[in-house]
Design a protein around this ligand. Structure first.
Ligand code: MG
Ligand code: ZN
Length: 214
């Protein structure tokens, strides 16, 4: 359990289809890792506003032998270097290397990666947004108690059509639009300094929850 009751400034992102172009044939090398338009700049805006950005990603290509850990690290090195140019930072990448038949607890839609993140950052995930393009991203987020956010990039256009999205899922055009939304929500939370801090937080949170919904 978290030691501190203050919610962390933490954002959890899916990788393929959310930050970079997805591929039905798997993203297997740094050359195949291509950022989506505006995605790195969006992460940089979070970094510059003091948000810690963490990636949670299924990488069953490892379990299938399509690429190895050296290639995965090289992809993430490319991601971090391109991001650094924009002034952004990713604190950590949590990945599941398994295939479905491994029956692990970390492969989304199960919440294992999110639980690892919660432990590492000593964070209650209740007010932590988790952004992804697939139903399983949203399901994993909801199972871990985080806030599900869907982007229409990658598989997101298809996912948005589903009628079984977790309740409270917020839909955004892309990562950049999510960041617009999120930073605006935070600005509203921090507005209204005449209320006691604790009460303000609760009221504003309730208000922001009311605005959510599919
Ligand atoms: Mg994805
Ligand atoms: Zn796993």
């Amino acid at each position: 359990m978290p030691i501190s009751s203050t919610s962390p400034k933490l954002v959890i992102l899916d990788r393929d289809g959310t930050i970079n172009e997805d591929s039905d044939h798997f993203v297997k090398s740094p050359d195949e890792w291509i950022p989506l338009p505006g995605a790195l700049q969006a992460i940089a805006r979070l970094s510059q506003m003091g948000w810690q950005v963490v990636v949670a990603t299924n990488q069953s290509g490892l379990g299938r032998g399509l690429f190895d850990i050296v290639a995965l690290n090289a992809m993430h090195e490319k991601m971090k270097q391109l991001l650094a140019v924009e002034g952004g930072r990713i604190e950590a990448v949590f990945f599941c290397p398994h295939v479905a038949s491994d029956m692990c607890h970390c492969r989304k839609p199960l919440p294992g990666l999110f639980e690892q993140i919660g432990e590492r950052f000593r964070a209650d995930l209740r007010d932590v947004p988790a952004v992804g393009d697939s139903l399983r991203d949203l399901q994993a987020a909801a199972a871990a108690g985080a806030q599900p956010h869907l982007v229409r990039t990658g598989k997101g256009q298809q996912t948005a059509l589903r009628d079984d999205l977790p309740s409270g899922t917020v839909i955004h055009e892309d990562l950049s639009h999510f960041v617009d939304y999120w930073l605006q929500q935070q600005a509203q939370l921090n507005d209204g300094t005449d209320l006691p801090e604790e009460k303000l937080g609760q009221d504003a949170l309730a208000a922001s929850r009311d605005q959510r919904g599919v």
